[in-house]
Design a protein around this ligand. Structure first.
Ligand code: UP5
Ligand code: MG
Length: 235
């Protein structure tokens, strides 16, 4: 069977840097599925799910929701989509988030291998569920053996780089009733971004995966900086 390998883009940047706005334009122009981690969490709150109150309290404090909750929501959204190009907006927000994403996926593969007692990789391919297919990052052919490279790494990371005063101005004028769009919470969100999210960007930077976009200017100006990144992709 064909191995399904989704194309994963992480969209990162501080609060109000324009992630959501640019994702809307990218998904429309280049047919990507836009998954906002913040929106997935907010819809858990509004649907009164088991974790709704916990999530709401954390968002209000500008802190990071436990990885297992967010990862599950993202995983479910990817799996229930028939498409294979994704923008994951606002995740991972910390090294812990990033590692949890990779680890969960690794466990899927390992348990599939164990369950099937697989020695022959062709047997594995024919016996795996669709879910597991998703999480195979790539296969490498070595002589007659196929080695699976597991752990989901994004194919691309976009980082919207924006000065703090501009981000604060945008968030405070948004006026959409978000409980975290007030000066106290914005200050906390910025602190958490600098302390926990920048290391994730640096990690992927070290792997040559980050495309840094100057996020100052009009929405259209910024999209013209983003456009060539996607126009030159071969996916
Ligand atoms: N705007 C956009 N572009 C503009 C431009 N070029 N010029 C002028 N104005 C511009 O934009 C923000 C506002 O600015 C909008 O009004 C827009 O019209 C305007 P937007 O595109 O919404 O920016 P974005 O970067 O998406 O800002 P957002 O506030 O959504 O970013 P956050 O990262 O803070 O919010 P998110 O929803 O991702 O997360 C919220 C909270 O959820 C987090 O703080 C955290 O508590 C929790 N969370 C987790 O715990 N884990 C996760 O994985 C994700 C979220
Ligand atoms: Mg957003």
């Amino acid at each position: 069977p064909r191995v399904r390998k989704p194309f994963i883009t992480f969209i990162l940047g501080g609060p109000g840097s324009g992630k959501g706005t640019q994702c809307a334009k990218i998904s429309k122009t280049f047919r990507f599925v836009h998954l906002s981690a913040g929106d997935l969490l907010r819809s858990e709150v509004s649907s009164n799910s088991d974790n709704g109150v916990l999530i709401q309290d954390i968002i209000k404090e500008g802190k990071i929701v436990p990885s297992e909750i967010t990862v599950k929501l993202i995983q479910r959204a990817i799996e229930s989509s028939a498409k294979d190009k994704f923008l994951i907006d606002g995740f991972p927000r910390s090294d812990e988030n990033r590692i949890a994403f990779e680890k969960i996926l690794n466990i899927d593969i390992c348990s599939a291998l164990k369950r099937k007692g697989v020695i022959d990789i062709c047997t594995l391919f024919t016996s795996m569920t669709d879910t597991v297919h998703y999480w195979i990052a790539s296969e490498i052919q070595v002589c007659n053996m196929v080695v699976l490279q597991v752990g989901v790494e994004p194919d691309l990371v976009l980082y919207f780089d924006c000065p703090e005063e501009e981000m604060v101005k945008r968030v405070l004028t948004r006026n959409e009733g978000r409980i975290d769009d007030n000066i106290e919470t914005v200050k906390k969100r910025l602190k958490v971004f600098n302390k926990l999210n920048l290391p994730v960007i640096n990690y992927y930077g070290g792997k040559g995966k980050v495309c840094k976009i100057d996020a100052v200017g009009t929405v259209d100006d910024i999209f013209e900086r983003v456009r060539p990144v996607f126009a030159t992709l071969r996916v």
